[in-house]
Design a protein around this ligand. Structure first.
Ligand SMILES: Nc1ncnc2c1ncn2[C@@H]1O[C@H](COP(=O)(O)OP(=O)(O)OP(=O)(O)O)[C@@H](O)[C@H]1O
Ligand SMILES: O=C(O)c1ccc[n+]([C@@H]2O[C@H](COP(=O)([O-])O)[C@@H](O)[C@H]2O)c1
Length: 205
Protein backbone atom coordinates (compact mmCIF):
# COMPACT_ATOMS: atom_id res chain seq x y z
CA UNK A 1 0.00 0.00 0.00
CA UNK A 2 1.02 3.59 -0.61
CA UNK A 3 0.25 5.60 2.52
CA UNK A 4 0.35 9.36 3.08
CA UNK A 5 1.04 10.45 6.63
CA UNK A 6 -0.80 13.66 7.43
CA UNK A 7 0.18 15.13 10.77
CA UNK A 8 -0.99 18.36 12.29
CA UNK A 9 -2.37 19.97 15.39
CA UNK A 10 -5.87 19.80 13.86
CA UNK A 11 -6.96 22.36 16.42
CA UNK A 12 -9.53 22.12 14.81
CA UNK A 13 -9.49 20.08 11.60
CA UNK A 14 -10.96 22.17 8.75
CA UNK A 15 -11.97 21.85 5.10
CA UNK A 16 -8.50 22.96 3.94
CA UNK A 17 -7.02 19.88 5.63
CA UNK A 18 -9.65 17.59 4.11
CA UNK A 19 -9.07 19.02 0.65
CA UNK A 20 -5.30 18.50 1.01
CA UNK A 21 -5.83 14.83 1.93
CA UNK A 22 -8.12 14.23 -1.06
CA UNK A 23 -5.71 16.00 -3.41
CA UNK A 24 -2.86 13.88 -2.07
CA UNK A 25 -4.84 10.69 -2.71
CA UNK A 26 -5.59 11.80 -6.27
CA UNK A 27 -2.20 13.30 -7.19
CA UNK A 28 0.00 10.63 -5.65
CA UNK A 29 -2.33 7.66 -6.12
CA UNK A 30 -2.39 6.94 -2.38
CA UNK A 31 -4.25 3.95 -0.99
CA UNK A 32 -4.59 5.59 2.40
CA UNK A 33 -4.11 8.86 4.27
CA UNK A 34 -3.29 8.41 7.96
CA UNK A 35 -4.39 11.39 9.98
CA UNK A 36 -2.08 11.79 12.96
CA UNK A 37 -3.00 14.53 15.42
CA UNK A 38 0.13 15.71 17.24
CA UNK A 39 0.18 15.64 21.03
CA UNK A 40 2.33 18.76 20.80
CA UNK A 41 3.81 20.04 17.56
CA UNK A 42 7.55 20.73 18.14
CA UNK A 43 7.47 24.24 16.65
CA UNK A 44 4.28 25.29 18.42
CA UNK A 45 5.55 25.54 22.01
CA UNK A 46 2.23 26.77 23.45
CA UNK A 47 0.54 23.45 22.56
CA UNK A 48 -2.98 22.97 21.27
CA UNK A 49 -6.02 24.75 22.73
CA UNK A 50 -8.51 21.86 22.45
CA UNK A 51 -7.89 18.67 24.42
CA UNK A 52 -6.30 15.60 22.84
CA UNK A 53 -9.59 13.73 23.07
CA UNK A 54 -11.57 16.57 21.45
CA UNK A 55 -9.06 16.85 18.58
CA UNK A 56 -9.16 13.08 18.01
CA UNK A 57 -12.95 13.16 18.05
CA UNK A 58 -13.05 16.03 15.54
CA UNK A 59 -10.83 14.16 13.08
CA UNK A 60 -12.84 10.96 13.63
CA UNK A 61 -16.09 12.81 12.83
CA UNK A 62 -14.62 14.66 9.85
CA UNK A 63 -13.38 11.52 8.09
CA UNK A 64 -16.17 9.22 9.20
CA UNK A 65 -17.29 7.03 6.30
CA UNK A 66 -14.55 8.39 4.00
CA UNK A 67 -12.84 5.59 2.17
CA UNK A 68 -9.01 5.65 2.35
CA UNK A 69 -8.93 7.95 5.41
CA UNK A 70 -7.72 6.57 8.76
CA UNK A 71 -7.31 8.18 12.14
CA UNK A 72 -4.09 7.23 13.92
CA UNK A 73 -3.75 8.25 17.58
CA UNK A 74 -0.14 7.08 18.12
CA UNK A 75 1.29 10.56 18.78
CA UNK A 76 -1.38 11.33 21.34
CA UNK A 77 -0.87 7.93 22.99
CA UNK A 78 2.88 8.58 23.07
CA UNK A 79 2.33 12.05 24.62
CA UNK A 80 5.06 14.68 25.05
CA UNK A 81 6.40 16.45 21.95
CA UNK A 82 5.50 14.75 18.66
CA UNK A 83 8.65 14.35 16.60
CA UNK A 84 7.89 13.14 13.08
CA UNK A 85 11.09 11.10 12.93
CA UNK A 86 9.78 8.90 15.78
CA UNK A 87 6.32 8.55 14.22
CA UNK A 88 7.74 7.59 10.83
CA UNK A 89 10.12 5.02 12.36
CA UNK A 90 7.21 3.56 14.31
CA UNK A 91 4.97 3.26 11.26
CA UNK A 92 7.69 1.82 9.05
CA UNK A 93 8.41 -0.82 11.70
CA UNK A 94 4.71 -1.67 12.04
CA UNK A 95 4.03 -1.80 8.29
CA UNK A 96 7.35 -2.87 6.72
CA UNK A 97 5.93 -3.66 3.29
CA UNK A 98 4.06 -0.38 2.82
CA UNK A 99 5.45 2.75 1.22
CA UNK A 100 5.04 6.03 3.09
CA UNK A 101 5.22 9.70 2.24
CA UNK A 102 4.82 12.70 4.52
CA UNK A 103 2.21 15.26 3.48
CA UNK A 104 3.28 18.78 4.48
CA UNK A 105 2.39 22.35 3.56
CA UNK A 106 4.97 24.54 1.82
CA UNK A 107 5.08 26.64 5.02
CA UNK A 108 6.20 23.51 6.88
CA UNK A 109 8.84 22.72 4.22
CA UNK A 110 10.34 26.19 4.66
CA UNK A 111 11.08 25.29 8.30
CA UNK A 112 12.06 21.67 7.82
CA UNK A 113 15.73 22.33 8.60
CA UNK A 114 14.54 23.15 12.14
CA UNK A 115 12.77 19.80 12.57
CA UNK A 116 14.27 17.29 14.98
CA UNK A 117 16.78 15.03 13.18
CA UNK A 118 15.66 16.46 9.82
CA UNK A 119 18.40 14.71 7.85
CA UNK A 120 17.52 11.31 9.29
CA UNK A 121 13.81 11.93 8.72
CA UNK A 122 14.35 12.90 5.08
CA UNK A 123 16.50 9.82 4.50
CA UNK A 124 13.63 7.66 5.76
CA UNK A 125 10.71 9.28 3.99
CA UNK A 126 9.92 11.60 1.09
CA UNK A 127 7.87 14.68 1.88
CA UNK A 128 4.97 15.41 -0.48
CA UNK A 129 4.68 19.18 -0.42
CA UNK A 130 1.41 21.04 -0.92
CA UNK A 131 1.75 23.99 -3.26
CA UNK A 132 -1.06 26.53 -3.18
CA UNK A 133 -1.92 28.28 -6.46
CA UNK A 134 -0.97 31.93 -6.52
CA UNK A 135 1.84 31.40 -4.02
CA UNK A 136 5.44 31.85 -5.14
CA UNK A 137 7.12 28.65 -6.33
CA UNK A 138 8.26 26.36 -3.56
CA UNK A 139 11.83 27.05 -2.49
CA UNK A 140 13.45 23.63 -2.39
CA UNK A 141 16.89 25.09 -1.58
CA UNK A 142 16.09 24.49 2.11
CA UNK A 143 16.78 20.81 1.32
CA UNK A 144 20.35 21.45 0.16
CA UNK A 145 22.75 19.73 2.51
CA UNK A 146 19.92 17.72 4.06
CA UNK A 147 19.02 15.57 1.06
CA UNK A 148 21.08 14.45 -1.93
CA UNK A 149 20.17 16.00 -5.31
CA UNK A 150 18.58 12.78 -6.62
CA UNK A 151 16.13 12.78 -3.73
CA UNK A 152 15.44 16.49 -4.14
CA UNK A 153 14.34 15.69 -7.70
CA UNK A 154 11.97 12.99 -6.34
CA UNK A 155 10.52 15.47 -3.84
CA UNK A 156 9.96 17.99 -6.66
CA UNK A 157 8.07 15.27 -8.54
CA UNK A 158 5.77 14.69 -5.57
CA UNK A 159 4.29 18.18 -5.30
CA UNK A 160 0.54 18.32 -4.58
CA UNK A 161 -1.02 21.30 -6.33
CA UNK A 162 -3.98 22.97 -4.68
CA UNK A 163 -5.95 26.18 -4.96
CA UNK A 164 -5.49 28.71 -2.19
CA UNK A 165 -7.96 27.95 0.58
CA UNK A 166 -8.05 30.82 3.02
CA UNK A 167 -8.93 28.73 6.06
CA UNK A 168 -6.74 28.17 9.09
CA UNK A 169 -7.33 26.61 12.47
CA UNK A 170 -6.31 29.83 14.21
CA UNK A 171 -8.90 31.84 12.28
CA UNK A 172 -11.58 29.29 13.21
CA UNK A 173 -10.66 29.46 16.90
CA UNK A 174 -10.82 33.25 16.72
CA UNK A 175 -14.21 33.21 15.00
CA UNK A 176 -15.66 30.81 17.59
CA UNK A 177 -14.37 32.98 20.43
CA UNK A 178 -16.01 36.01 18.79
CA UNK A 179 -19.30 34.15 18.31
CA UNK A 180 -18.97 34.33 14.50
CA UNK A 181 -20.01 31.64 12.03
CA UNK A 182 -17.63 28.86 11.02
CA UNK A 183 -20.16 27.14 8.77
CA UNK A 184 -18.59 25.70 5.59
CA UNK A 185 -15.12 26.11 7.04
CA UNK A 186 -15.38 22.85 9.01
CA UNK A 187 -17.65 19.82 8.49
CA UNK A 188 -21.09 20.17 10.11
CA UNK A 189 -20.30 17.34 12.52
CA UNK A 190 -17.24 19.23 13.79
CA UNK A 191 -19.19 22.46 14.05
CA UNK A 192 -21.81 20.63 16.16
CA UNK A 193 -19.16 19.15 18.45
CA UNK A 194 -17.50 22.54 19.00
CA UNK A 195 -20.89 23.97 19.90
CA UNK A 196 -21.96 21.09 22.16
CA UNK A 197 -18.68 21.06 24.13
CA UNK A 198 -18.13 24.82 23.98
CA UNK A 199 -14.66 24.30 22.56
CA UNK A 200 -12.75 27.56 21.76
CA UNK A 201 -15.57 29.69 23.12
CA UNK A 202 -13.26 31.46 25.53
CA UNK A 203 -10.01 30.91 23.67
CA UNK A 204 -7.70 33.87 23.18
CA UNK A 205 -5.46 32.23 20.53
N1 LIG B 1 -5.67 26.16 4.15
C1 LIG B 1 -4.61 25.37 4.01
N2 LIG B 1 -4.09 25.12 2.78
C2 LIG B 1 -3.00 24.33 2.64
N3 LIG B 1 -2.33 23.72 3.66
C3 LIG B 1 -2.80 23.91 4.89
C4 LIG B 1 -3.96 24.74 5.15
N4 LIG B 1 -4.19 24.73 6.48
C5 LIG B 1 -3.25 23.93 7.01
N5 LIG B 1 -2.40 23.43 6.09
C6 LIG B 1 -1.28 22.48 6.31
O1 LIG B 1 -1.81 21.37 7.05
C7 LIG B 1 -0.85 20.88 8.00
C8 LIG B 1 -1.44 20.79 9.40
O2 LIG B 1 -1.93 22.06 9.72
P1 LIG B 1 -2.29 22.55 11.18
O3 LIG B 1 -3.00 21.49 11.93
O4 LIG B 1 -1.14 23.18 11.84
O5 LIG B 1 -3.42 23.64 10.77
P2 LIG B 1 -3.33 25.20 10.54
O6 LIG B 1 -4.64 25.62 9.99
O7 LIG B 1 -2.09 25.58 9.76
O8 LIG B 1 -3.19 25.69 12.08
P3 LIG B 1 -2.90 27.12 12.77
O9 LIG B 1 -3.74 28.15 12.11
O10 LIG B 1 -3.28 26.88 14.21
O11 LIG B 1 -1.40 27.35 12.61
C9 LIG B 1 0.35 21.82 7.91
O12 LIG B 1 1.35 21.17 7.13
C10 LIG B 1 -0.19 23.06 7.19
O13 LIG B 1 0.82 23.65 6.39
O1 LIG C 1 9.59 16.52 13.97
C1 LIG C 1 9.66 17.76 14.07
O2 LIG C 1 10.64 18.33 14.58
C2 LIG C 1 8.50 18.59 13.58
C3 LIG C 1 8.56 19.99 13.58
C4 LIG C 1 7.45 20.71 13.16
C5 LIG C 1 6.30 20.07 12.74
N1 LIG C 1 6.29 18.70 12.73
C6 LIG C 1 5.07 17.98 12.32
O3 LIG C 1 4.47 18.60 11.21
C7 LIG C 1 3.05 18.49 11.28
C8 LIG C 1 2.40 19.86 11.11
O4 LIG C 1 2.78 20.65 12.21
P1 LIG C 1 1.97 21.97 12.63
O5 LIG C 1 2.92 22.66 13.57
O6 LIG C 1 1.72 22.74 11.36
O7 LIG C 1 0.73 21.53 13.30
C9 LIG C 1 2.77 17.82 12.64
O8 LIG C 1 2.59 16.45 12.43
C10 LIG C 1 4.03 18.05 13.43
O9 LIG C 1 4.28 17.04 14.42
C11 LIG C 1 7.33 17.96 13.14
Amino acid sequence: MKIGIFGGSFDPIHLGHLWIAESAIETLGLDQVRWIPAAKSPLKPHGPVASDQDRLEMVRLAISGAEKHRLDDREIRRGEISYSVDTVADLQAEFPTDEFCLIIGSDSLALIHKWYQAKKLLERILPAVVQRGGEPDIDFSVLNGLVDPKRVKMIRDHVIKMPVIEISSSEIRERVAQGRSIRYRVPRSVEALLEARKIYHDSSR
